[in-house]
Design a binder for this molecule. Structure first.
Ligand code: BG6
Length: 481
């Protein structure tokens, strides 16, 4: 299948840090359909050769096992092209159309890796230039809006030029192998489905923890914060994957319909429940990897006295028959104790203990990062005679070991899906708007609360209030058990 893949924002951070390395991996794995052209579009004048040299240079920053050899890069670079465009100029879009039409590939994927402020103008111009025919797909990178109104506005503009089935809204967490395996675990196996409900599950915890701080992204981050950056999209998407009903097919809309129902069933927040069930934090100086690090307010380009949250923990419920009363705890933050992202499904305790020793219940841990895998924690008998006691043990599945040669990174997977036209792992506009609808009361309550976020030391698991949030229900975060 021949394709043209066009990156608007072709010299931007996302393109060289994530997209080009992902494409190169797809190329190296022989997964990129032959006969493809990759076109980077940006403001400056450059030749194809100059652009290739720029990308070659940038590969030096990619982890060693993912860097191309000279010979590999030379072959990959044959696909790379560059085009100068002023995104406000209709004739530049006409030129792009000619470039695409001249070859008439099976599909043209237009990836908007620019600032979202440019999405409306780019979509309007693409529509006006006729670059929105049935073979065209448009890929939109987050952030898609900074609140419900702005998200709706972006969606309106996208819809004015493209059909929903042409719009590929990226949430790169959906491309992570652990998320694919969560679907397989739930809907490719019979084992857990009978247990996947309120009668057997005590609570579910989703943690997306980063050890890094905001680094040089202070400018962007301060306008965003952890709620918009991680909860509205990544954490909620994971929650929908955990809580959704089995879809009737593996088609994009069957899956997205079920995810939407979960988002609609989330318990709405009120000012009181925000105060009670949501904790926001901001890191202060502390340590990372044993070295001292500065606090958020000392990071570059962070305005003095900023109330931007770098940590969120919250408690919610999915109000339907399957999940009524089961707490779902979400937690994410920067400069936490470790880079560790996982979903923990805590099963209920046995109703009547007959063994001495621990009453620790079973849990299933779906690990996303740093490695992806599954751990099923059980209790087994250790010792004999009077020493016999229940002891926790776990069954571990390490996907890197199980499938050593077939791991596909999130962006690699999503780029290949966009080229192939598979929408399963992309977010539909109604899902995205519903997620915004749910977070808006939190944003509003925070805006009206002069107290600001609670401080926590870099290198810890966030403010003490996050532990108190779960302790209130008699629970603890996984690392505190
Ligand atoms: C991005 C956020 O969407 O996800 C970043 O904007 C965050 O702030 C990143 O660091 C985390 O992604 P990953 O795949 O490294 O967990």
């Amino acid at each position: 299948m021949s394709f043209d893949l066009v990156f608007f924002g072709g010299t931007g951070d996302l393109t060289w840090r994530k997209l080009m390395p992902a494409l190169f991996q797809a190329f190296r794995h022989g997964k990129l359909p032959p006969g493809g052209r990759i076109l980077a579009v940006a403001r400056d004048e450059r030749s194809d050769e100059q652009y290739r040299a720029l990308i070659r240079e940038r590969f030096a920053e990619v982890e060693p096992s993912k860097r191309p050899s000279d010979e590999e890069f030379a072959r990959f670079a044959e696909m790379l092209h560059y085009r100068r465009m002023d995104l406000s100029q209709p004739e530049h879009y006409a030129g792009l159309k000619q470039w695409i039409d001249a070859r008439d590939a099976d599909t043209a994927v237009l990836y908007l890796a620019t600032s979202p402020y440019l999405f409306p103008v780019i979509c309007e111009q693409l529509g006006a230039a006729g670059l929105n025919g049935p073979k065209v797909r448009v890929v939109l990178e987050k952030p898609l809006g900074h609140d419900l109104d702005s998200a709706r506005q972006i969606n309106r503009v996208v819809r004015s030029a493209f059909h929903e089935t042409q719009a590929f809204r990226i949430d790169h967490y959906l491309g992570k192998p652990a998320v694919q395996n969560l679907m397989a675990l739930r809907f490719g196996n019979t084992l857990f489905e009978p247990l996947w409900r309120r009668e057997c599950i005590a609570n579910i915890q989703i943690t997306l923890a980063e050890a890094l701080g905001v680094g040089t992204r202070g400018d962007y981050y301060d306008k965003t914060g952890a709620l918009r950056d991680m909860v509205q999209n990544h954490a909620l998407q994971l929650l929908t994957m955990i809580a959704m009903e089995p879809p009737s097919t593996n088609d994009a809309d069957a899956i997205r319909d079920e995810k939407l129902k979960v988002l609609r069933s989330l318990k709405p927040f009120t000012p009181d429940s925000v105060a009670r069930d949501v904790v926001r934090g901001q890191y202060r100086a502390g340590s990372a990897d044993g070295k001292p690090v500065v606090g958020y307010l000392e990071e570059v380009k962070v305005p003095p006295g900023s109330h931007c949250e770098t940590f969120v923990a919250l408690r919610t419920e999915v109000q339907n028959w399957r999940w009524a009363g089961v707490p779902f705890y979400l937690r994410t933050g920067k400069r936490l104790a470790a880079r560790d992202s996982q979903i923990v499904v805590n099963f209920r305790e046995v109703p009547h203990p007959i063994f001495p020793g621990t009453r620790r219940a079973n849990k299933l841990v779906i690990k996303l990062q740093p490695e992806d895998g599954l751990e099923l924690h059980l209790l087994a008998v250790k010792g004999g005679g009077t020493n016999e006691r229940l002891t926790p043990v776990s069954l571990d599945l390490d996907f890197d070991k199980a499938f050593p040669t077939e791991r596909v990174g999130a962006y690699e997977r999503l780029l290949l899906d966009a080229i192939a036209g598979r929408l399963n792992l992309f977010v539909r506009s109604d899902e995205q708007e519903q997620a915004w609808t749910w977070v808006m009361p939190i944003l509003d309550a925070w805006a009206a609360d002069p107290a600001g976020p609670r401080p926590y030391a870099a290198g810890t698991w966030g403010p003490a209030a996050a532990s108190a949030l779960v302790a209130r229900d008699g629970c603890a975060w996984d690392e505190e058990e």
